[in-house]
Ligand binder design. Structure first.
Ligand SMILES: [Zn+2]
Length: 326
């Protein structure tokens, strides 16, 4: 496989209802091995609106992978291997607010992690032991990408809510009414099951991440709306999927050539372990993430300084001897 031909700038992760993207040209499939295994589905690479994009179906072909079983690390790592700098995440969500109605779009600017069994980091564990990193996550969404996505909704005649907190639950069951009412008191805006692991891993991979949350229902807290069902969600999604695709195309035309947001250097001050103490296998496996960072440098070795100091003395001692023999 030619390395240059797969270099891709934009990743699009499609969730429930969005399993493919139209209008791609120069299409090829790519199913890479990563240190964490294979992604949810082969990536579909192509050109759209002049940009090289990689489309990934989050739940796999045929929607076979539950939120807790998605290999988020392989998904994000595979996109990183391709050179992806931006990830547009398309996700179905429930509304936790009266004024956020089904059929509308939310571009969240915060996440609340209420999952229980997800692996949210590339660092440590059996795949990459011996390295620790703490990336900043105070602002978990790329501000530039979020603005571009929200602006891209304008021409589509869709109500868009800029900002808001996405609550990520473990699932796969929907919430009970008791939970839903408590979540509302927490002040969250939408509820979903997949975006927090993606956002955390994208940050570690220094990829800009933003979600286009397609509102499908009112969860189950709403007294005058029927409780959420898969059927109702899919019906709303199918009505809005074409609109989502148009928003993506519009957003692609607005992406800047160079990034000026903090996402691209998220690891710079986050790596705690000095590079010389990171096992070689870990360094090799994480090369796509670590290539730009050497981490804290090892202290100079004292022996080396000693040897340098001795060398001139030895040379000086040789000179008089050879002269003496002449
Ligand atoms: Zn960014």
């Amino acid at each position: 496989m030619k390395k240059g031909s797969i270099h891709t700038t934009v990743g699009i992760i499609g969730g429930s209802g969005l399993y493919e993207i139209d209008g791609l040209s120069d299409i090829r499939e790519y199913n890479p091995a990563t240190p964490y295994g294979r992604p949810s589905s082969p990536l579909v690479l192509g050109t759209l609106e002049g940009m090289r994009v990689a489309f990934l179906s989050r739940h796999g072909q045929g929607h076979r992978i539950a939120p807790s079983d998605i290999n988020y690390r392989a998904n994000i790592f595979a996109l990183k291997q391709l050179g992806v700098e931006w990830i547009l995440s398309v996700s179905a969500v429930g509304s936790m607010r009266e004024d956020i109605q089904p059929g509308q779009v939310v571009i969240p600017d915060q996440f609340f992690d209420h999952t229980r069994q997800r692996i949210n980091t590339f660092f440590g564990g059996p795949v990459a032991p011996g390295i620790v990193a703490h990336v900043g996550f105070a602002d978990p969404v790329c501000p530039d990408l979020a603005r571009i996505l929200a602006d891209a909704c304008g021409p589509q005649d869709v109500v868009v809510h800029r900002g808001g907190t996405y609550l990520c639950i473990e699932g796969p069951q929907f919430s009970s009414k008791g939970e839903s009412l408590i979540y509302r008191r927490w002040g969250v805006d939408v509820i979903g099951m997949t975006n927090v692991p993606e956002a955390k891993l994208a940050r570690e991979a220094e990829i800009c991440y933003s979600t286009m949350a397609m509102v499908t229902d009112y969860d189950c807290w709403h007294e005058t709306h029927e409780s959420v069902t898969v059927e109702a969600i899919l019906e709303t999604l199918h009505r809005n999927v074409e609109r989502a695709k148009q928003i993506i195309r519009e957003a692609l035309t607005s992406l800047p050539i160079d990034r000026s947001c903090p996402c691209e250097s998220a690891l710079k001050m986050a790596l705690v372990t000095p590079q010389h103490m990171v096992p070689l296998t870990t360094r090799r496996r994480l090369a796509p993430l670590l290539a730009r960072h050497s981490g804290p440098q090892p202290p100079p070795r004292p022996q080396r300084v000693k040897r340098l100091a001795k060398r001139p003395q030895r040379r000086l001692a040789l000179v008089p001897k050879s002269r003496g023999r002449k």
